[in-house]
Ligand binder design. Structure first.
Ligand code: NAD
Ligand code: MG
Length: 386
C-alpha cells in the first residue's frame, strides 16, 4: 500500500488522480489532499478518501472546514499555514507526491518532495520550467524520482526503455512533442487580436484548468513543455522538435538513430498518463476509454506557426540552463494569463508582457530555491504594473 499526497486535489488533474486511485483501493491510500479555496469539493473528497490531513489556503476556510469535518465524525486534520505544504511534501509517511497545483505555487511542494527523496508524479510543469536545474539537481542528490504526468512527457517516457541512463546511450535521435494547436489553430492574425478569454478556454480535445487552457491557445503550453522535456529527459535543445497534430491521438514520439519512431497513442484523457505515473513500469487500469481506430478519420500533422504564436518562440529561445529567462517567462506568463482571463488584456498582450519582463530581468539562473522564489515574486509584481 503506497501513501499519496495530492497537491491540487480539487483541480482537473487532482480529480482525475482520485478517479484512478478509487479503482485501486488495494494499492494506494490517500495521506493528504490540498486545495487553494474550493472548500466544498475538498470537504467531499475528505469524506470519501479519509486522508490524515487536508490543506486549504486561508485560516477562515480552514476553521470552517475543520468544524464541518468534525461534525461528520471525520478524523482529518485541516492545515492552512504556508509552510504546511512543505511539511506534507516532506512527511516521512508519504511515498508518492502528486504535484498538480497550477503555476509557480507548485514550486515549494515539488522542491520539498525532491529534497526528501519522494516519488514525484509531476503535472506541475511550471516548477521544472522555472527551477529546472534546482529541482533536477535536488532530486538526483536525494534519490527522488520524477515521473511525468503531462501527456506528451508520459508518451516519451513510455517510448523510452525504462530506467535508461542517457538519450545518447540508447540511440535516441530526437524527441517529437505533438501539439494540438489549440482552439485558434486556423484563426487569422487579425481575429486573434480580438479573441476573448471565453473563446480561448474552449479547448477542442482536452478538458483542463483555465490557465493551461489559455496556455494551449497561445501555444505557450507547448513552449513550457519543450523546457519541461529538456530537463526531464536531459535532452539537447536540438533534440526536441514540435509538430502540430490537431487530433491529439499521438501524444508524442521518440525517433531513434535507426530512423525507427515509437509513438504513444490513446484517447485524450489524462487518467491514462496519471495511471502510468502511479504504477510505472507496471500497468494498472485507468478507467479511460480505449481508442477505436475505425472511428478515426485522419491523423494530420503540420508545422507550428511561430508568427501568430510568438509565445512558443519565446519559450524555445529560453532553452539555456545558465539563464533565468525560463523562470521570467513562467512568472510573467502567469500574470499575463490572469489579466487575459479577466478580459483586462488582449491575446497579444501576453507575449508583449513577457518580452517586457525578459528585457528588465534577464540574467543568470538562481542557484537556490529562495532566490528563485524571490525572482518569481519580483517578476510577478512588476507585471501587474505593465
Ligand atoms: P486547475 O486549475 O484545474 O487546478 C489547480 C489546483 O491547484 C486546484 O486544486 C487549486 O486549488 C490548486 N491551487 C491553485 N493555486 C494554488 C495555491 N496558490 N496554493 C495551493 N493550491 C493552489 O489546474 P489543472 O488543469 O489541474 O492543472 C494543474 C497542473 O497540471 C498545471 O501545472 C498544468 O499545467 C498541469 N497539467 C494539467 C493538465 C490537464 O489536463 N488539466 C495536463 C497536463 C499538465
Ligand atoms: Mg501536455
Amino acid at each position: 500500500m503506497q501513501k499519496i499526497v495530492i497537491f491540487g486535489a480539487t483541480g482537473s488533474i487532482g480529480v482525475s488522480t482520485l478517479d484512478v486511485i478509487k479503482l485501486h483501493p488495494d494499492k494506494f491510500s490517500v495521506f493528504a489532499l490540498t486545495a487553494n479555496n474550493n472548500a466544498t469539493l475538498l470537504y467531499q473528497q475528505c469524506l470519501e478518501f479519509n486522508p490524515s490531513y487536508a490543506y486549504i489556503n486561508g485560516a477562515d476556510l480552514a476553521t470552517t472546514l475543520q468544524h464541518r469535518l468534525l461534525e461528520a465524525n471525520s478524523n482529518t486534520q485541516v492545515l492552512c499555514k504556508p509552510e504546511d505544504l512543505a511539511y506534507l511534501a516532506a512527511h516521512p509517511e508519504v511515498d508518492l507526491v502528486m504535484s498538480a497545483i497550477v503555476g509557480s505555487a507548485g514550486l515549494v511542494p515539488t522542491y520539498y518532495a525532491a529534497k526528501n527523496g519522494k516519488k514525484i508524479l509531476l503535472a506541475n510543469k511550471e516548477s521544472l520550467v522555472a527551477g529546472g536545474r534546482i529541482i533536477t539537481d535536488t532530486a538526483k542528490l536525494n534519490k527522488a524520482q520524477i515521473i511525468p504526468v503531462d501527456s506528451e512527457h508520459s508518451a516519451i517516457y513510455q517510448a523510452l526503455p525504462y530506467g535508461y541512463t542517457s538519450l545518447d546511450e540508447i540511440g535516441v535521435n530526437k524527441i517529437i512533442l505533438t501539439a494540438s494547436g489549440g482552439p485558434f489553430l486556423n484563426t487569422p492574425y487579425a481575429e486573434l487580436c480580438k479573441v476573448t478569454a471565453a473563446q480561448a478556454i474552449k479547448h477542442p480535445n482536452w478538458s483542463m484548468g483555465q490557465k493551461i487552457s489559455v496556455d494551449s491557445s497561445t501555444l505557450m503550453n507547448k513552449g513550457l513543455e519543450v523546457i519541461e522535456a529538456y530537463w526531464l529527459f536531459n535532452a539537447r535543445p536540438t533534440q526536441i522538435e514540435v509538430i502540430v497534430h490537431p487530433q491529439s491521438i499521438i501524444h508524442s514520439m521518440v525517433e531513434y538513430i535507426d530512423s525507427s519512431i515509437i509513438a504513444q497513442m490513446g484517447a485524450p484523457d489524462m487518467k491514462t498518463p496519471i495511471a502510468y505515473a502511479l504504477s510505472a513500469p507496471e500497468r494498472i487500469t485507468s478507467g479511460s476509454k480505449t481508442l477505436d481506430f475505425t472511428s478515426l478519420q485522419n491523423l494530420t500533422f503540420c508545422d507550428a506557426d511561430y508568427i501568430r504564436f510568438p509565445c512558443l518562440k519565446l519559450a524555445l529561445n529560453a532553452l539555456d540552463e545558465n539563464s533565468n529567462v525560463a523562470a521570467i517567462i513562467n512568472a510573467a506568463n502567469e500574470v499575463a494569463v490572469a489579466k487575459f482571463l479577466t478580459n483586462a488584456h488582449g491575446f497579444y498582450d501576453i507575449p508583449r508582457m513577457i518580452e517586457t519582463a525578459i528585457e528588465k530581468f534577464a540574467g543568470t539562473t538562481p542557484s537556490h530555491i529562495e532566490e528563485l522564489i524571490a525572482l518569481d515574486l519580483e517578476v510577478k509584481q512588476y507585471c501587474t504594473t505593465i
